[in-house]
Structure formats: C-alpha cells, structure tokens
Design a protein around this ligand. Structure first.
Ligand code: FAD
Length: 328
C-alpha cells in the first residue's frame, strides 16, 4: 500500500512536492486560501488585475528549467523583457538592464500554480489548525477541531512562522529557529492611461518603496487597464507593520508619486495588501534546503530555507522530495 502524505500549503513549494511524490504516495494538499497562488497570487476586480506577490522569477538550476520547459512551450510561462529603470529620490533615473532571463506566468502569476495542480488532490479553503500524533499516524484538524484526515507523513510548506506554529517544536524546533521572515506591503493602483510612466518597471533605492511595475504591461495582461504594483522595502514594512493601514497607504502613494512623477489625481483606485511573511531574510550559509525528521515522518520546506525566491521554493521542495522518495 502506498503511504499517505498530507502537505500543508499549495504554493509553489507544496505543489512541487506533490507532483514529485504523487506517483509513489497518496498525496493530499491542504490550502487555506480559496484559490491557488500563495505568494504568487493575483488579485482581480471588474476592471483591473494585479500580481501582488512575486512579480517575476529567474530560473538558474537545470531542475527548475526542466519544470518550466513544458509551461514555456504552452505559453503558461513567458519571458519578460521590460523597459526597466532605477529610481531614487535624490538621483537622476538610470537604466540597468537585466543580464539573465526573467519569467512571468501568463495571463496571471497564479496561472503557473493552477497548471501545476492538474491531477493533484487540493483541498482549498481548508486551514490546518492543528497537527497531532496518534500512535503511528498524524492527525490534521481544522479550526473547528474537525478531523481533516490521518496520514503517515505530514509536510508543511506554509511560511515559516505558520510552520513553526503547526509542527511540534520538540521534533523540528531547533532547526526551524535558524530561519526568519520579513514583511512587505503591496500597494495596488489603477491609473488613467495618459498619466502612466513611460518605463515598464523600476527598481527603487533610498525610499520606502523598492519596486514599481506597470503590471498591465507584463506579457499576456490586458494592456488597456493601467494597473500599477508597488512593493515597499522590508525595513519600512517592519517599522510600519502595525500602523493605521490608511496612513500606510497614503505614505506609499506619496512616495510613489514623488518617485514616478505620476499626479495623485490620476489614481482612480488604491488598495493595500500587508504581507506579514513575505520574504525570508538572507541565509548566508543555509543549513539545509529543507527540514526533515524521518523517524517522526515529519518535514518542512519552502523558500525560507534558501533566501526567499520563487526558485528557492521549488528547490527546497524538489530536494526534499528526492530524499523522501528513497524512504517511502
Ligand atoms: C510582495 C512579494 C514580492 C515578491 N517578489 C518576488 C520576486 O519578484 N521574485 C521571486 O522570485 N520571488 C518573489 N517573492 C517571493 C516568492 O513569492 C516566494 O518565494 C514563493 O512564492 C514562495 O512559495 P512557497 O510555496 O514557499 O510559499 P507560499 O507561496 O507562501 O505558499 C504557502 C501556502 O501555504 C498556505 N498556508 C499557510 N498556512 C496554512 C495552513 N495553516 N493551512 C493550510 N494552508 C496554509 C498559504 O495560504 C500559501 O498558499 C515575493 C514575495 C512577496 C510576498
């Protein structure tokens, strides 16, 4: 009989793991959100769409390139070659082109995850609240203490603080304590076409903001609807994490207008998203690409092990799967 495996979180890491393990195990993914995306999510309303988490990704390892190959072939993943500038409050803008391919999913960032989830069992809108051991099984419970299932293995791909809260510290705690995560604000704007910047994206220095993109100009989007995504720096988000959210939004709008030259009157919609666990802090010398206690049949993976990038999420999960496949 195949072993049963519960994976908590259906972001890129959870889906990678599920795809790798599914031929050899009965895998169930639990995802608290209503849809797939995690930190590669897309927000929509009647007129606009914004990729408010990851804006692009690179592919350096041959394993990640192999995953992407069919998705590039069918147009789910497209290379993005923006007209990119560098802005700062006290210096003239200058161009610093990218020297390696950068990719986006099309027509929205979460499309890659939707494509990866084909044929997998994903239970959406299902938050795992508690993980407990009973004899030789792991029991997963939801917020109403209802049993979600009993499994031989449980693996968390949730962001680090959520993984820490779920998995028994006595089995994984010391290892998990070595990593940490930082917040970020995403400001989502709709802007009249005539007032849009001439560049597609901007890296920003010395400001509360670190990144601005004309999201509607990413490949495969509706280029008519001016949709801007602004990301704050982690330092600024940390300093303003508990501030009044309306005040945070106004400060980021002011900074955006000052940097980009866009008139605030041209902004027709503005939303703020607070990511409490956005990016992992740099891991100078990573201890491991994942965390595993094989005798307890418990593991954790995600971008936080390797420095907080889309490819890091893939690598952590893919390496964990390779080790697990020898043990199942
Ligand atoms: C604002 C922002 C900008 C970024 N920009 C870039 C970029 O430009 N390039 C880049 O490469 N990377 C970027 N990143 C990082 C990138 O998005 C992540 O590295 C990657 O998406 C992480 O994938 P993951 O699967 O490890 O985690 P996640 O995508 O966070 O997936 C974890 C999933 O677990 C779910 N979950 C959590 N707790 C529970 C629970 N109790 N029960 C059930 N489900 C649960 C969550 O809902 C989530 O879907 C950015 C991230 C943010 C937030």
């Amino acid at each position: 009989m195949k072993p049963s495996i519960a994976i908590i979180g259906a972001g890129l890491a959870g889906l990678t793991l599920a795809r790798d393990l599914s031929p050899h195990a009965d895998v169930t993914l639990f995802e608290k959100a209503r849809g797939l995306g995690g930190r590669m999510s897309t927000r929509r309303n009647d007129t606009h769409q914004w990729d408010h988490g990851a804006q692009f990704f690179t592919a350096r390892s041959s394993a990640f390139k192999t995953l992407l190959t069919p998705f590039i072939a069918d147009g789910t993943v497209v290379e993005w070659q923006p007209n990119i500038t560098t802005l700062s409050p006290d210096k003239a803008p200058f161009k610093r082109p990218w020297f390696e391919p950068h990719y986006v999913a099309a027509p929205a960032m979460n499309r890659l995850l939707k494509a990866m989830a084909t044929d997998l069992e994903v239970r959406l809108s299902t938050r795992v609240e508690k993980v407990e051991q009973q004899q030789d099984k792991w029991r997963l419970l939801d917020e109403n203490a209802a049993l979600l299932g009993e499994f031989d293995w449980v693996i968390s791909s949730a962001p680090l603080p959520q993984t820490r809260a779920l998995l028994p510290a006595r089995l994984l705690g010391d290892t998990l304590a070595r990593y940490s995560m930082l917040p970020c604000y995403s400001l989502l704007l709709a802007i009249d076409d005539a007032d849009l910047p001439c560049w597609d994206a901007a890296q920003v220095n010395n400001a509360p903001i670190r990144w601005i993109a004309c999201n509607h100009r990413l490949p495969g989007r509706n280029r008519e609807a001016g949709a801007i995504v602004v990301h704050s720096t982690s330092d600024w988000a940390t300093a303003h994490l508990e501030d009044d959210q309306e005040a945070v939004k106004q400060q980021l709008i002011e900074s955006f207008c000052a940097l980009s030259g866009v008139n605030a009157k041209a902004i027709t919609q503005a939303q703020l998203h607070r990511w409490r666990y956005a990016l992992s802090s740099d891991v100078a010398e990573p201890d491991a690409e994942f965390v595993l206690n094989a005798s307890a049949r418990l593991a954790a993976c995600g971008d936080w092990c390797l420095g907080g990038r889309v490819e890091a999420a893939f690598t952590s999960a893919h390496q964990l799967a390779a080790v697990l496949l020898k043990q199942l």
